[in-house]
Design a protein around this ligand. Structure first.
Ligand SMILES: NC(=O)c1ccc[n+]([C@@H]2O[C@H](COP(=O)([O-])OP(=O)(O)OC[C@H]3O[C@@H](n4cnc5c(N)ncnc54)[C@H](OP(=O)(O)O)[C@@H]3O)[C@@H](O)[C@H]2O)c1
Length: 162
């Protein structure tokens, strides 16, 4: 079977994509299947034909078919830089969860955040489980997901990770 990875091409976008509550959470617990996200069809459209990278806990919760994409499941002994060096698609989406978003934080070029009008308890899982430095974002555009409910995907460029 052919190796799906080749060397990293210059200019590959590394895009964090997440459904986020109004208080910045992505799930109530690590075993939760995210069934409250309104942007699954947009997620499918944006990631089709591209590379998607997720943690093994997220893989265990998936109810969505990720066919048509190059799928990488991260385990604790894998280094993001090594994984990214082998991406051959134009875009590489980091699709969660919080541990995986944190591991790839230094490598992000973009963040696509869809905020939902819901607040989870404070013991829920935040977007980043561990982040040593701040990330600065520049707004690029928003896409209506469910306009009548005020749900939009906000797309940002990641400027600085220090
Ligand atoms: N709202 C959203 O858009 C969204 C998106 C994606 C996921 N989620 C949710 O996020 C949750 C999962 O997020 P998560 O952050 O818990 O997991 P995760 O990032 O999906 O995966 C956890 C990874 O961490 C490793 N790991 C586990 N415990 C560790 C530890 N103590 N030290 C070092 N590595 C460790 C595991 O690797 P090993 O295989 O080596 O154990 C695994 O690859 C789920 O509820 C999922 O539904 C939400």
């Amino acid at each position: 079977m052919p190796e799906p990875w080749t060397n990293l091409t210059d200019g590959v976008d590394v895009i964090l994509t997440a459904a986020v509550t109004a208080n910045g959470m992505i799930a109530r617990e690590a075993t939760e299947t995210v069934d409250w996200s309104a942007d699954l069809s947009l997620f499918r459209k944006q990631t089709m034909g591209q590379t998607v990278i997720m943690g093994s806990k997220t893989e265990a919760t998936l109810a969505t078919d990720l066919g048509g994409r190059q799928v990488v499941v991260m385990h604790r002994d894998m280094k993001p830089v090594d994984v990214l060096a082998l991406v051959k698609t134009e875009h590489c989406f980091i699709i969660g969860g919080a541990w995986t978003y944190s591991k790839f934080a230094p490598h992000l070029t973009h963040a696509y955040l869809t905020f939902h009008p819901i607040v989870f308890p404070s013991n829920a899982i935040p977007l980043f489980s561990h982040l040593a430095s701040k990330i600065e974002l520049t707004f690029v555009k928003k896409i209506a997901v469910r306009e009548e409910n005020g749900i939009y995907q906000f797309q940002y460029m990641v400027n600085t990770v220090d």
